[in-house]
Each structure stands twice: as structure tokens, then as C-alpha cells.
Design a protein around this ligand. Structure first.
Ligand SMILES: CC(C)(COP(=O)(O)OP(=O)(O)OC[C@H]1O[C@@H](n2cnc3c(N)ncnc32)[C@H](O)[C@@H]1OP(=O)(O)O)[C@@H](O)C(=O)NCCC(=O)NCCS
Length: 141
């Protein structure tokens, strides 16, 4: 059974191993930023009021995290799963949807992110737009 609870700082090292696994960040919205423990703390500190940063348990095992970013209509959801392609992301998204049935939810993912798009489809979400999002940025000195 999937359960959700707030992320604890003790979870950060595990989250980092997932973020830095080869190929994991290529299509996620974190692309370009090298994940470190310091950035993990910065990320959590930067979350706006009303955001939920959740650890995902599957039958008691810590399997991933989700960020629920508050929007004017509800939440925009981001997922990070430790071991991909075992159906975990889909079941986690469904669990989040079940816990937040009364608000509108969205998932922002790159048009090229086949795995996340597939997760959304399997969880029963409909595509809202089809334009690829191209983000620009640079690192701080
Ligand atoms: C994206 C992510 C959350 C998916 O979680 P997951 O547990 O692997 O998801 P599931 O196992 O439920 O489903 C993955 C589906 O994508 C498919 N898939 C995997 N790689 C794919 C690719 N490159 N192109 C298209 N489909 C792909 C899988 O075959 C599977 O579909 P299927 O069940 O029809 O075979 C996970 O890979 C992850 O944490 N990635 C790193 C962080 C990230 O990119 N998060 C998304 C930003 S919000």
C-alpha cells in the first residue's frame, strides 16, 4: 500500500542517490543543476508556503518523493522514484490524486519526457497542452 508523509532531513542522502543515478536527471525539470546536499537544503527552504514535499512509502519501504507545488487551482506535482519502471510512479501518482480529490491537479513535464508522460496517462490524467516547454537558465557564479 502506498502511503505519504512529510520528507525528513534524514531522507536527503537517499534522495541524492536517486537524483545522481546515471541518466535520472536528463529529462526532469532539475536538468542542468548538479544535485548536492546543500542544494537539497536550499530546495526545501525555497518551497513556498502551502507546498508539500512528501516521502512515498510502498508497503513501508521508502521508494520516492513527491513535491506538490501550490497553484491558484490546487497543486502541480513532481515525482522522483528510486527504482524506475516497476509501476511505482504510477501508483504513487494515483495515491496523491486520491489524497487530493477535491482540488485540480496538474503535472508539468517536458514533452520529451516519455516515462513521466506515460505515468500520467496510466494514472488517468489527460494532456492539457501539447507545446514542448523549453526552459532557459544559467548557473550562479
Ligand atoms: C519519471 C518517473 C517518476 C517515472 O516513475 P516510474 O516508477 O518509473 O513509473 P512507472 O514504472 O509507473 O511507469 C513508467 C512508464 O514509462 C515507460 N517508459 C520508461 N522510459 C520511457 C521512455 N524513455 N519513453 C517512453 N516511455 C518510457 C515505462 O515503460 C512505463 O510504461 P509501461 O508501464 O507502459 O511499460 C521516474 O522515472 C523518475 O523518478 N525519474 C526521475 C525524476 C523525473 O524525471 N521526474 C519527473 C519530473 S516531474
Amino acid at each position: 500500500m502506498m502511503t505519504l508523509a512529510p520528507v525528513h532531513p534524514d531522507d536527503y542522502p537517499t534522495i541524492l542517490t536517486w537524483l545522481t543515478a546515471p541518466g535520472r536527471l536528463v529529462q526532469s525539470r532539475h536538468a542542468g543543476a548538479v544535485p548536492t546536499l546543500e542544494r537539497q537544503y536550499q530546495y526545501v527552504a525555497s518551497l513556498p508556503m502551502g507546498a508539500r514535499y512528501l516521502r512515498i512509502h510502498d508497503d513501508g519501504q521508502f521508494v520516492g518523493v513527491a513535491t506538490l507545488m501550490p497553484t491558484w487551482y490546487g497543486f502541480d506535482i513532481g515525482l522522483l522514484i528510486g527504482t524506475p519502471n516497476q509501476g511505482t510512479g504510477t501508483r504513487a501518482l494515483r495515491a496523491i490524486m486520491d489524497e487530493h480529490q477535491t482540488v485540480r491537479i496538474t503535472v508539468g513535464c517536458a514533452a520529451s519526457h516519455g516515462a513521466m508522460r506515460r505515468v500520467c496517462e496510466k494514472a488517468g490524467l489527460a494532456p492539457l497542452d501539447s507545446e514542448p516547454i523549453v526552459r532557459y537558465g544559467r548557473e550562479g557564479r
